[in-house]
Structure formats: C-alpha cells, structure tokens
Design a protein around this ligand. Structure first.
Ligand code: GRG
Length: 293
C-alpha cells in the first residue's frame, strides 16, 4: 500500500469513528450537538489520528481501539481550537476554511462545544472496545497531555508571552506543552492501544514525537509568514500582528527551515530500532515537515 492509500484508508476510519462517538444532531440539545459536529467533522489534517494509527501498527493495535483513541485525540484537539479561536483568546474568525464556532453560532455555544468535546473524548476512551487496563492508561495519557502540565499549560504561557521577548528555550518549552504534548500523546496512545510496548520502545517513540512535535510548530510558524489565509484555512500573518514570539521572529526564516529539516532527520533517527515497521511514522514526519497548510 502506498502512503497515500494508507492515509486515505485511515482518514476514512477516523471519520467513521468520529461519527460514531459524536452525538447525532437529532440528540437534544440539538443545537449544541450540531455545533460540535460542525467543529469536528469534515475538516482538518487529522495529524494526531494519523500518528496514533501509525504508532498502533507497531504494536498490533486493533482497528476499533485505534478508532476510539484517534477520535478522543481529535476531539481534544478540536476543543482546543474552538476555545483558542474565541475572543478571550486568539479572537479568530476563520478555522479549517470555515467561520469559527463562536462566529457561526455564539460565544456561549463555542465554550460549551469545547467543554463537551473534552468530556466526549473520555467517553470514547472508556468505551468497551478497550480492555479496562488500557482504558485507564489511555485516559491518563490524554488527561496529562491536555491539562495544565501539557496543552492548557502551554496555552497559558502563550497568552502570557504576548508582547514579550522569549528566549528560544522558553519558546521551545511553550510549544512542547501547547502542541507537542498532544502530538506525543497521539503516538504513545496508538502504541499503548496494542500489545504493551517495552520501556525502550516507548523511549524511542518519545524521541520521535518530541522531534515531530517541535517540527510541527516550526513549520506552523514558517507557514504563518509564507502562506495565505485561503491555503491555510485560518488567518495568516496573525502571530506577527499579535506580537507573538515565533521561531521565525527569533531565529529567522532560513534558520527555521534548517531547523525543521534537522528535526525531520532526528525523527527518522529515533525510529531506527523499529526498522521498516515504522515506515508510516517516518512518512508522517515527512508529511509534517513538507505540509503546505
Ligand atoms: C484553548 C486549552 C486551549 C488550548 C489551545 C493547541 C492550542 C492550545 C491552540 C491552537 C492554536 C494554534 C493555531 C496553534 C498552532 C499549532 C496548531 C495546533 C495548529 C492547528 O493544528 P493543526 O494544524 O490543525 O493540526 P487542523 O485544523 O489541521 O487539525
């Protein structure tokens, strides 16, 4: 199977799993469920679900287990986007090429959409497709990655850094928490959804995820200055306008491109112990670095 065929088949499975774990529009309160589905379905690159599936292939995870884990990861990710776009945070009107949830609906609905998606993620993870011990370990991974020592903590640092100069080390810490933690959880949860991986394998996967997570952010910063809003599906040039420190503002565009390339090689190197079995993870590192949106 080519990478494109593999990606297409995983994306179809992810869409089916999201459909399955999201309440229908006919379920009351219908407007909230419609807004949750508006936010989640039919958009986004689904990077976290793809990473989860690729890691799950290493440990022989079953498709329905990966479906639950991938749906949970995507729901947490979308909750963060919906809240991040609200006027009290980034105040953005465009996401995934569509009006953001608070623009399409209203602010209170956007707040509830994020809250309810967060809860629904844990409903998916505790469905009986996963044995209880795996449910517990995946819940813990996702809760840690999305909470105050992960994504939410990174967002707090991000909000506090507006208009300030960050060192490169501080910028890296923020990104490792804000976006890196959930990407790392995607890899770890995929692996943990199968046969229990050894400590050595988890260390290699962590090293891979650290490199891919940072590369994702460096590329995001590059795209913010090199790509238009229509291609990105979100407002371009916003970081500079908002006075946010980025890799491009701290080390410049050329050094940011070199850094992304270096992180891609680091990700590949971390996969060496797995040999050809890690092909999809290697290809996903390439996708993250070479993406155009
Ligand atoms: C509000 C709790 C809370 C957290 C927000 C991740 C985050 C923290 C905010 C997102 C803001 C942002 C634009 C960060 C840059 C990197 C990033 C996560 C981009 C969006 O992720 P993609 O590119 O989006 O994976 P798609 O739409 O493809 O899923």
């Amino acid at each position: 199977m080519t990478f494109e065929q593999w990606t297409r088949s995983v994306l179809e499975r992810v869409e089916t799993a999201l459909e399955h774990y999201l309440p229908t529009e006919a379920t009351e309160p219908a407007r909230l469920h419609e807004a949750m589905r508006y936010a989640v379905l039919g958009g986004g690159k689904r990077v976290r679900p793809l990473l989860c599936h690729a890691a799950g292939e290493l440990t022989g995870a079953r498709a329905e287990c990966l479906g639950a884990a991938a749906a949970a990861l995507e729901m947490i990710h979308v909750y963060s986007l919906v809240h991040d776009d609200m006027p009290c945070m980034d105040d953005d009107a465009l996401r995934r090429g569509k009006p953001t949830v608070h623009v399409k609906y209203d602010e209170a609905t956007a707040l509830l959409v994020g809250d309810a998606l967060q809860s629904q993620a844990f409903v998916a993870l505790t469905s009986d497709v996963l044995p209880p011990a795996q449910q517990a370990s995946l819940v813990r991974e996702l809760a840690l990655a999305s909470g105050s020592i992960g994504m939410c903590g990174g967002q707090a640092i991000d909000l506090a850094s507006v208009g300030h100069t960050l060192t490169r080390a501080q910028l890296e810490t923020m990104h490792r928490m804000k976006t890196g933690a959930l990407l790392r959880a995607a890899v770890r949860m995929g692996a943990l959804a199968g046969e229990t991986p050894g400590a050595e394998a988890m260390r290699s996967l962590d090293a891979y995820a650290a490199a891919v997570g940072l590369a994702f952010q460096v590329v995001d910063d590059i795209l913010d200055v090199t790509t238009d809003s229509a291609t990105l599906g979100k407002t371009a040039g916003k970081d500079a306008k908002d006075g946010k420190p980025t890799y491009v503002s701290i080390i410049g565009l050329d050094a940011s491109r070199s850094l992304a390339a270096q992180l891609r090689s680091d990700a590949h190197a971390a996969l060496a112990p797995f040999g050809a079995r890690a092909q999809r993870l290697a290809e996903l590192a390439d996708l993250v670095v070479n993406r155009v949106s």
